[in-house]
Ligand binder design. Structure first.
Ligand SMILES: [Zn+2]
Ligand SMILES: [Zn+2]
Length: 388
């Protein structure tokens, strides 16, 4: 971003709204278990990440938040003997298992309709997808998205699918699973079952593969690669342990087969073009039926995650625990900045429609007054600036 007066004014506005939030909502800050074994980090406005920090208690964290007012605040999911040491010397003791479900991984049809492309050089905004800035011809454009109700619905549906698999297939108790709104365009699902803490990156990757349905073997559903008496390149032999659980059940239900469907499954495999054809159909099917999580996030055991109760500077919304997930509305419940009082004069870069805190905004004019929460939201999204 250019260091012009509007940008400075916008940053000052956002920073003061964030500071007020940390004063008012200190109790929302969720202090992690084993705080002394966690690595903390934060990103100040306008500069790079500061990592490898340690805090002793809530007061310690709050003092920093109010003094520094960072744009973003993070905490490790890992526990370390020496959290402030360089990574190789920290001595890893374990980590919570975290899944990230983000709208970008769901490839929703509504996405492009509420995406904006912002030039990194001149801040020009376009609502049409483009490779080049109309104004300055720069080719560095950042995409930003204003999630709609359909996005939220799809995200919540995916979270529910994940929880179902975690509890039914992996035997995790529902009370050990917590859901957090990420503060922008997704949810984090945290498993606080101690037996998962020691899992290394490879074991976590196996868990992710299972959830996503990658590498499902045709044998598990009863299709083996072999010549049969009629010259086909496959044999149907259902597994002894049955088709009634996990992925076997999901696929069997989808194909409408059971342990007695030898002839029906043969026909399906022949229709797909034999063993290899069926194998590729099966992997496509599993991909659509699997849970769409970001694999990198769950596999990385040294990551620092946005801390619950802190504000996400990509939106001005709060990352928070969804105590009643069914009724949780991210665009209402997580919007906790300012109030109706004190409107702010803004310069908006594009025609934008959005819903926030129960209000619908349809912005057509370039210069207008907005309530603080909406103003901060648009600044964080890169779509508006504070003006005189
Ligand atoms: Zn430009
Ligand atoms: Zn949408």
């Amino acid at each position: 971003m250019s260091g012009n007066k509007s940008t400075e004014k916008s940053t000052a506005l956002v920073k003061s709204a964030f500071r007020e939030y940390y004063f008012k909502y200190a109790m929302l800050l969720e202090i992690p278990e084993h705080i002394d074994q966690r690595e903390f980090g934060y990103m100040p406005f306008g500069s790079g990440m500061i990592r490898h920090l340690s805090f002793r208690n809530r007061g310690d964290i709050l003092a920093t938040l109010i003094q520094v007012v960072p744009a973003d605040v993070y905490c490790s999911n890992a526990y370390y003997r020496f959290p402030t040491y360089p990574m190789q010397e920290k001595q890893w003791l374990g980590a919570d298992l975290i899944f990230d479900i983000d709208a970008k991984d769901l490839h929703l049809p509504c996405e492009l309709g509420h995406s904006y492309f912002i030039c990194a050089r001149c801040s020009e905004v376009s609502s049409a997808k483009s490779e080049i800035c109309e104004s300055c011809k720069s080719t560095t454009l950042n995409q930003t998205s204003i999630p709609c109700d359909k996005c939220i619905f799809a995200l919540k549906k995916e979270v529910k699918r994940l929880i179902t698999v975690l509890t039914t297939d992996l035997g995790i108790e529902e009370k050990s699973v917590s859901v957090y709104f990420s503060g922008n365009n997704g949810f984090h699902v945290v498993v606080s079952d101690k037996s998962f803490n020691p899992l290394d990156s490879i074991a976590r990757s196996d868990v992710v593969s299972y959830l996503a349905g990658t590498n499902i073997m045709t044998e598990s559903i009863g299709v083996r690669k072999s010549r049969d008496h009629s010259g086909n390149d496959f044999l149907i032999k259902f597994p002894k342990s049955g088709l009634s659980y996990g992925w076997r059940k999901v696929i069997a239900d989808k194909l409408a087969i059971d342990q007695s469907s030898v002839v029906k499954l043969s026909h399906i495999v022949l229709r797909d073009g034999g063993y290899e054809g069926f194998k590729s159909e099966l992997s496509k099917m599993a991909k659509t039926l699997g849970v769409r999580i970001d694999p990198q996030v769950s596999m990385d055991v040294h990551r620092i995650f946005r801390m619950p109760g802190t504000i996400n500077s990509k939106s001005g919304l709060v990352k928070m625990k969804c105590n009643d997930f069914e009724s949780f509305d991210p665009l209402y419940d997580s919007c906790l900045l300012g109030g109706r009082e004190g409107e702010v004069k803004m310069k908006v870069s594009s025609q934008i429609n959005f819903k926030l805190k129960g209000e619908s905004f349809r912005l057509k004019e370039k210069i207008l007054k907005l309530p603080l929460f909406a103003a901060v939201y648009l600044i964080c999204k890169g779509l508006a600036e504070a003006t005189d």
